[in-house]
Design a protein around this ligand. Structure first.
Ligand SMILES: Cc1cc2nc3c(=O)[nH]c(=O)nc-3n(C[C@H](O)[C@H](O)[C@H](O)COP(=O)(O)O)c2cc1C
Length: 317
């Protein structure tokens, strides 16, 4: 057992650093770029039952300290994913979390039932929060009851750890998180991208063909951190922190706030080595502060309770 090992949302990880969904394709694409066995795991790009063409271009735009994307969950469908993508990860000593999508609870359940039979799948992340799907990807994580229905339907058909990925585009993320936990989720992954937009003023057209897209990168980190802290504090549950992690210090912010693990996204496009560097950086931080287990770091934020805003759990989990 390494001192960086941790159990997050029912999944044992050798360290708390994963790559976020949609960043490294289906995982194997990252093999030449970084040592995947040095990190805790990879969340693969959201897969639907049927192939999806995604949105028309332009689908990417730069923003201050981040980017907008409206890829629209392009993908080959579960059949080809299983045969051509997942098999390429056989034998790799890192956790594989498979992100799934759908248009309603039955779609999620169908995929989860199929993945339940596959040993290579260590956990399932439910992407109920993609802003780029016309058919209503976002709806499911903006309504607590819809989110819960998705979790309940998938929980019924799989024993694998289930992580529900939440959108920040809501007034109360803890209401949605609570519903997911009630439905049987083992962890909440937060956050997916924030809805954003850019405009070319000379042409007076949006930079993305679909008008709006998902904002990611360091620009969203303070929002992500606030949402994660709200979830930890209000629900006292396992949270996987995502959003703008770009180095050791930003990863540690999420852990100190109470997240059990973190996922690294946009920065990997520019610097694929960053997740591996963060693992080494967390270890160096622990040595510097004399911590021998990651639990001595997680949730150690010093706060004056009476001054804080936001909901607080009334009883321990
Ligand atoms: C190009 C791109 C594609 C993405 N595709 C997915 C996806 O398929 N499923 C998903 O749950 N999140 C997807 N995301 C969201 C990321 O997993 C992550 O939640 C978000 O980018 C915030 O993290 P970051 O700021 O570190 O990038 C995507 C993000 C980007 C930039």
């Amino acid at each position: 057992m390494s001192k960086l090992s941790i159990t997050a949302g029912g999944l044992k990880l050798k360290n708390p650093v994963l790559i976020a969904s949609g960043i490294g394709g289906y995982g194997a694409e990252l093999i030449p770029l970084l040592d995947l066995e040095a990190i805790g795991g990879v969340v693969t790009k959201t897969i639907f039952e049927e192939p999806r063409p995604g949105n028309p271009p332009p689908r990417i735009a730069e923003t201050p300290n981040g980017m907008l994307n409206s890829i629209g969950l392009e993908g080959p469908g579960i059949e080809r994913y299983e045969k051509e993508k997942l098999t390429r990860l056989e034998g790799l000593d890192t956790r594989i979390v498979v992100s799934i999508g759908g248009y309603g609870p039955e779609d999620f359940a169908k995929l989860a039932e199929r993945l339940d039979d596959l040993d290579r799948v260590d956990a399932i992340e439910l992407n109920i929060s993609c802003p780029n799907v016309k058919e209503g990807g976002l709806n499911m994580s903006t309504h607590p009851n819809l989110a819960e229905e998705v979790v309940v339907a998938t929980r019924r058909v799989t024993k694998k750890p289930l992580w529900a990925k939440l959108t920040p585009n809501v007034t109360s993320i803890s209401d949605v998180g609570r519903a997911c936990l009630h439905g049987g989720a083992d962890a909440l992954s937060a956050i997916n991208t924030l809805l954003g937009m850019r405009i070319d003023v000379d042409r007076r057209e949006p930079l993305l063909a679909r008008g709006m897209g998902g904002l990611s990168g360091p620009a969203i980190r303070p929002v992500a951190l606030a949402k994660c802290f709200e979830l930890v504090r209000a629900l006292n549950c396992d949270v996987v922190g995502i959003g703008g992690v770009e180095d050791t210090s930003s990863a540690l912010e999420f852990l100190v706030a109470g997240c059990k693990a973190i996922q690294v996204g946009t920065v990997v496009y520019a610097e694929p080595q960053v997740p591996v560097d963060i693992v080494a950086g967390i270890e160096a931080y622990m040595d510097k502060h004399g911590f021998t287990e990651l639990s001595q770091v997680i949730g150690t934020l010093k706060v004056e309770e009476t001054l804080l805003i936001g909901p607080k759990a009334t009883k321990a989990k």
